[in-house]
Structures are given as C-alpha cells and as structure tokens.
Design a protein around this ligand. Structure first.
Ligand code: SF4
Ligand code: SF4
Length: 219
C-alpha cells in the first residue's frame, strides 16, 4: 500500500524525498473539503518522510517499492475516515480516466470474490493520490512482506512508527470538516483519540455504490 514517494513506490533512494502537495486547484475551488484533505495528507506524508529518513540514518532500508503490494492484499482491516471517503469517491468519479477507470469500475461492481483492497489494480493503487492515511503510514523496512504477511504482527520492529506530531497536525487540519472548528476542542479531541470512532473498515464498505456513481457521472 505504501506511502513511498510522490511518484509511488520507489525504495531505490538513500534520502527519502520531500513530499509534494498535489495541486487540485481547479477542484478545490469548488470543493473546500478537498483542501483540508490534501493539506492533511501533505503533513502526513512529511511525517512519514521524516520517519523514514531517521530510520535509514540508523541503518534500516525501506523495503516498500513500486509494484510491491502484498500489504494491499493481506491487510483486511484498513481504516478509512469520512473525509477520506469523500476524497476517494471524488477522485475515482471525477479524476480517474481511461482504462484504469474502466478496470476499477469493473472491479467495484464485482467484489464478491476479491481477495485484495478494492482499489488495487494490477499491483498498483488506482487512487494513489488520495489513498488513506493508514496506507500512507504503513511502511516496512529491510525485507518486503511475503505473501499473506502482515508485518505489524510478524516483525513489528521492521514496521515504521509514524511521528505522532505530524499525525496530530493532520487531524488538526481535518477536524473542521467534522464541524470541530474550535482549536482547543480540536486539540482535546486529538488527545483523547475520539475521532477514531469515525473509522470504517475499507473492505466492509459498499463499493458498488461508487461504481454506480462513476457510471452516472459519465452519462
Ligand atoms: S487504498 Fe488499497 S490499493 Fe491503495 S494503497 Fe491502500 S490498500 Fe493499497
Ligand atoms: S514491503 Fe510490505 S508494506 Fe511495503 S509495499 Fe511491500 S508489501 Fe507493502
């Protein structure tokens, strides 16, 4: 699933590159919530980048790489939050195009026997620009995960621990979407972890509704 760099998964680097804010200016003028989401994802990515660089200075080597997607198959309980769902719906509906769009739609319409994340297409994330925080944050060092492995349970020492400050900052940016605008209230909520009650399990959601929305958008 991987955070990787902004060009997707490339571990052939010694210093993890600074993440770039993806520019969706045209859409953000119409969709103010998208600015919150993309700003929060930038902070998340910056925190992950700093964590990876710290670990690599200690001698660890990021194992995540382009085309490595075992985690997208084996992780069954990836959390996703309402604002993130907005982003995923929007991106799939209004941004995705061409063959990738057709493949994703077909997959979302027929999820019954799917053994992976609904958005994994040919070993890549079809919604990489708006993949959830959980996906951005899960990174593994030293050895790529083997089929079916969840490294969090098999070798926790190889799994990146995201820096809390950046995670908290990302939530601070996003909470106004949930009508929590007061700064003190936001900090209190973050400290108590209350926002995690809003999490849904990605694979348990009705993604055929998204496929239908994509169909309708094309009419
Ligand atoms: S959204 Fe799905 S395919 Fe994309 S990174 Fe996350 S688990 Fe992988
Ligand atoms: S090493 Fe593991 S966590 Fe990293 S991209 Fe590969 S399967 Fe995913």
């Amino acid at each position: 699933m991987k955070q990787q760099n902004s060009n997707n998964n490339s571990s052939q680097i010694s210093a993890y590159p600074a993440p770039q804010r993806i520019d969706f200016t045209e859409f953000e003028q119409r969709l103010p919530w998208l600015t919150l989401l993309m700003d929060a994802y930038l902070i998340t990515d910056q925190g992950i980048s700093e964590s990876i660089n710290r670990e690599e200075k200690q001698g660890k080597k990021l194992a995540c790489a382009r085309g490595c997607a075992t985690c997208c198959e084996s992780h069954e309980t990836i959390p996703v939050y309402p604002l993130e769902l907005m982003g995923m719906y929007w991106y799939a509906t209004e941004v995705l195009s061409g063959e990738l769009r057709n493949m994703l739609k077909a997959q979302l319409h027929h999820l019954d026997t799917l053994q992976s994340c609904p958005f994994l297409i040919e070993n890549s994330c079809s919604i990489h620009a708006v993949r959830p925080m959980a996906c951005r944050s899960f990174n593994v060092f030293n050895t790529p995960c083997h089929k079916g492995e969840d490294a969090y349970y098999t070798r926790r020492q190889d799994v990146l621990t995201p820096l809390k400050k950046y995670q908290d900052d990302a939530w601070f940016i996003m909470l106004p979407f949930y009508k929590i605008k007061n700064k003190t209230e936001r900090r209190k909520m973050i400290k108590g972890g209350v926002m995690h009650k809003m999490a849904k399990v990605m694979r348990e959601l009705n993604w055929s509704a998204l496929a239908s929305q994509m169909d309708n958008f094309e009419k």
